[in-house]
Design a protein. Structure first.
Lengths: 348, 452
């Protein structure tokens, strides 16, 4: 049961990162790619009908994590208190920026919301990356299963790190660039003309940074958390994951050069998925490793809910996911194709 | 500063602000379906325009409901970690189900409803509005199930490691407390929707601005309002009160300000409770009524607070007393004003009865106050327990999150919500002054709606 639910929760979080990832990526880049009000409006239209549904994966994933692994939920959420609260504030800002921009016709307000959209999206990406890096690095868990991390201490990864240290900052920058590439490719898929050309070009330039950062993150992880890699030596089959990461990364630039935007975007989805799967493989069966000694690790076994909860949960969860996938298929089909300036009113 | 109190205020403040939005969207969703249904059956385009107008207001409220709602789910873990850890196996379940069954449906159908009117058939668009309604009401159900388990825990057992587990999934979902509370709560949401719609309608008629649309708002709002205001008291409020008296007698005693147990207990309509002297100052009381309301006979004995140890009294007690009385008082007013309005509507005189229109126009804040007061009654009445009779709030909060950190984020939320409130009011003012008659395709250039 623990194994199943670990991967189900992981799958929901992957869905969140891949789907809301392009919304965030659009936010990171739209100030630079879209040169005037009309283009900015157009870039927002690419995510307008879908961003809210994409964000539901975070809520549903969080709820599923809560009931499947209550100890992890309680410990991690209270331990990363300040960072999580900042994430919440950024999510509020982002939602408001996307939706209210269109409500007020004044240029000053539009620019303000554009700036807010950029700010919140960028910082969200950095914090998500840092969060994942925190989980990989481990936290100073106490015997009662709790911990509390300040935002930063001395920026080192020792036994009492902050939420931000050199390693987690690298994680944040990887996420920022990765979601930037993801968003650029999405814009290229959904738009035409100059905007599309610029998005394509931006993806190509950012790709170089992403490639270097991905390469750097491997030895960095080895330094910050040596035993994460032990798993891979134990089960050589798992090397398929880093290999897929590399292949998808190469795929992005290959298709980007060939102007096959859709394929490049698919590669980017695979890249994000495999980066997360890679972290999950390294962690399992740990959910949150301790820097204070492995006996304090929160694992799948120590955090799992009671058996009845999980059995019943499996039934409604599967049913609910089928419905959710159905809704997504419907909405994405409905709003498929390129966005255009002409469609007015509610049509966007 | 006391960390426990701070975490309570943190949750209380954020949930109170949050619930200002869902109570309107849940109520409005039903009324929009009503508008769309009339439009579909009669072919009257005015009703479609009315639905579009309310869709705009719905969309902004929905957005604020979403962005202020995410912090609620997170706060179980951030501020109430010990509670989350021990009961996650039970209440994590309805919370996860809300995301899986409601939010996906809601976001998808709202996208289709707001953006898809031209792409969908008339029936298809009606169906999208209907699914928005279903999604939002499912969402309400799962939240009530969660809260009801904290109010009245059922279908659980405690595992050896001290963690709670569900023994019966259906038992959890059909908790009698949840069913009663759901009926009462959803009726309350319809009241908010009905009053807001009537208020805007009354404004348009009084100002002679879009009067034809205003009359539609009044018709739908007043009919829905009259029905929901009555069901709010009878049967839903009455049943919930009796059930509560049976299962949370200390809470009921505190709500009613009954310090000493007595036969033929009076109902106190107004007064100021003094916890130390155990009296009500300046009481305005009617003898025997409380006994009658709870037990159906004026001679029945009602348990007072003297039956319960002091450390099981809800706190803050005076706030509970006031919250309950504000809710009940406003609820009575609602029935009065809506019944008069619906009577005049039936006689065809409502649109000329300026004093009733004034009352309807000015009353829109009151259901928000009543719904908030109702929830405060439920939640303060539950004190000092986070799970009634099982876990105290003092055992539930995050011990590792200091009062200083808690205050930091509380102030952050307060600042952010103050800004959101101002934006919200400005936008609503704009939408209401623009009015429903503007056809969507002729919206001023550069300001198209992009709402999800």
């Amino acid at each position: 049961m623990g194994f199943i639910w670990f991967w189900l929760v992981a799958a929901m979080l992957v869905a969140y990162v891949v789907l809301d990832g392009f919304d965030i990526g659009v936010g990171i880049l739209h100030l630079f790619l879209a040169r005037n009000q009309q283009e900015r409006q157009l870039t927002l239209r690419t995510i307008g009908p879908v961003w809210d549904g994409n964000e539901v994966w975070l809520i549903a994933g969080g709820g599923t994590l809560y009931f499947a692994f209550p100890l992890l939920y309680a410990s991690a959420f209270s331990g990363f208190y300040l960072a999580l609260m900042i994430v919440l504030w950024l999510l509020i800002m982002r939602g408001v920026a996307i939706e209210l921009r269109m409500q007020i016709a004044m240029g000053v307000w539009k620019s303000f919301f554009d700036g807010l959209f950029f700010f919140s999206s960028s910082l969200l990406a950095i914090l998500y990356g840092a969060a994942l890096a925190n989980v990989v690095r481990g936290v100073p868990l106490q015997p009662d299963g709790y911990f509390f991390l300040p935002l930063w201490t001395n920026w080192r990864v020792g036994p009492h790190p902050g939420i931000l240290d050199w390693y987690t900052v690298i994680g944040g920058v990887v996420a920022l660039v990765a979601l930037g590439v993801h968003g650029a490719l999405y814009i290229a898929v959904k738009t035409e003309g100059d905007l599309q050309l610029r998005a394509r070009k931006a993806a190509g330039v950012l790709w170089i940074a992403l490639f270097l950062l991905t390469v750097i993150s491997l030895p960095a992880t080895a330094i910050a958390r040596a035993d994460t890699l032990a798993k891979y030596r134990e089960h050589p089959l798992t090397y398929a994951v880093p290999i897929t990461v590399l292949l998808s990364l190469l795929g992005i630039i290959y298709f980007n050069r060939k102007m096959a935007d859709r394929n490049a975007f698919v590669c980017s989805c695979i890249y994000l998925t495999m980066m997360l799967v890679g972290a999950a493989v390294g962690l399992y069966p740990r959910l949150l490793p301790a820097t204070t000694g492995s006996e304090y690790d929160i694992t799948v076994y120590s955090a799992i809910s009671g058996p009845h909860t999980l059995h019943v949960g499996l039934i409604w969860w599967s049913f609910g996911m089928l419905l959710a996938i159905g809704y997504f298929a419907l909405v994405y089909r409905m709003f498929r194709g390129k966005v255009s300036v002409e469609s007015g009113g509610y049509e966007h | 500063m006391d960390a426990l109190l701070l975490h309570r205020i943190h949750f209380g403040f954020t949930i109170t602000f949050h619930y200002l939005f869902p109570q309107l969207t849940m109520g409005l969703a039903l009324l929009i379906v009503a508008l769309k249904t009339v439009a579909l059956r009669s072919g009257n385009e005015l009703y479609n325009e009315a639905a579009r107008f309310w869709a705009k207001i719905f969309a902004i409220n929905f957005l604020l409901g979403v962005v202020t709602g995410i912090p609620m789910e997170f706060q179980f873990g951030t501020n109430w970690s010990q509670f989350a850890r021990t009961t996650g196996g039970v209440i994590g379940q309805p919370l996860a189900m809300e995301g899986v069954f409601s939010f996906f449906l809601e976001s998808a159908s709202l996208g289709l409803f707001l953006f898809g009117e031209k792409r969908l058939s008339r029936w298809g668009h009606w169906a999208s509005a209907f699914m928005v309604f279903v999604g939002s009401w499912i969402s309400g159900f799962f939240i009530i199930v969660t809260n009801a388990w904290m109010q009245h825990p059922v279908a659980y057992k405690v595992l050896p490691n001290g963690v709670y587990e569900v023994t019966s999934f259906w038992g959890l979902l059909t908790n009698p407390w949840a069913l009663l509370q759901y009926a009462h709560n959803m009726s309350g949401a319809v009241i908010t929707g009905a009053f807001v719609m009537s208020s805007v309608g009354a404004f348009y008629v009084l100002e002679n601005l879009f009067p034809e649309h205003g009359k539609i708002f009044l018709r739908v709002g007043v009919v829905a309002g009259a029905i929901s205001c009555v069901t709010q008291i009878f049967p839903t409020g009455d049943l919930q009160g009796r059930y509560m008296a049976k299962h949370q007698p200390a809470a009921v005693a505190a709500m009613e300000g009954l310090f000493t147990s007595q036969k033929g207990a009076p109902i106190i309509l107004m007064g100021q409770p003094d916890e130390e002297k155990r009296t009500i100052d300046n009481p305005l009381a009617v003898n025997n009524v409380l006994s009658f309301l709870i037990y159906g006979t004026t001679r029945a004995e009602v348990e007072g607070l003297d039956k319960f140890p002091r450390d099981q009294w809800p706190s803050p007690l005076p706030l509970l007393f006031y919250a309950y009385h504000i809710m009940a008082g406003l609820g009575t007013y609602f029935v009065g004003v809506m019944l008069i309005a619906v009577f005049l509507l039936w006689r065809g005189k409502l649109f000329q009865a300026r004093w009733v229109l004034w009352a309807l126009m000015l009353s829109f804040p009151l259901p928000y106050i009543a719904n908030t007061a109702g929830w405060m009654t439920a939640e303060i009445g539950r004190q000092p327990w986070v799970v009634y009779g099982l876990i105290r709030v003092s055992e539930g909060y995050s011990k590792y999150v200091s009062a200083g950190n808690g205050l930091f984020t509380l102030l952050g939320f307060m600042g952010m919500y103050a800004v959101l409130s101002i934006l919200f009011i400005v936008l609503l003012y704009r939408i209401i002054s623009q009015g429903p008659a503007i056809h969507i395709t002729s919206a001023p250039k550069g300001s198209p709606m992009i709402m999800a």
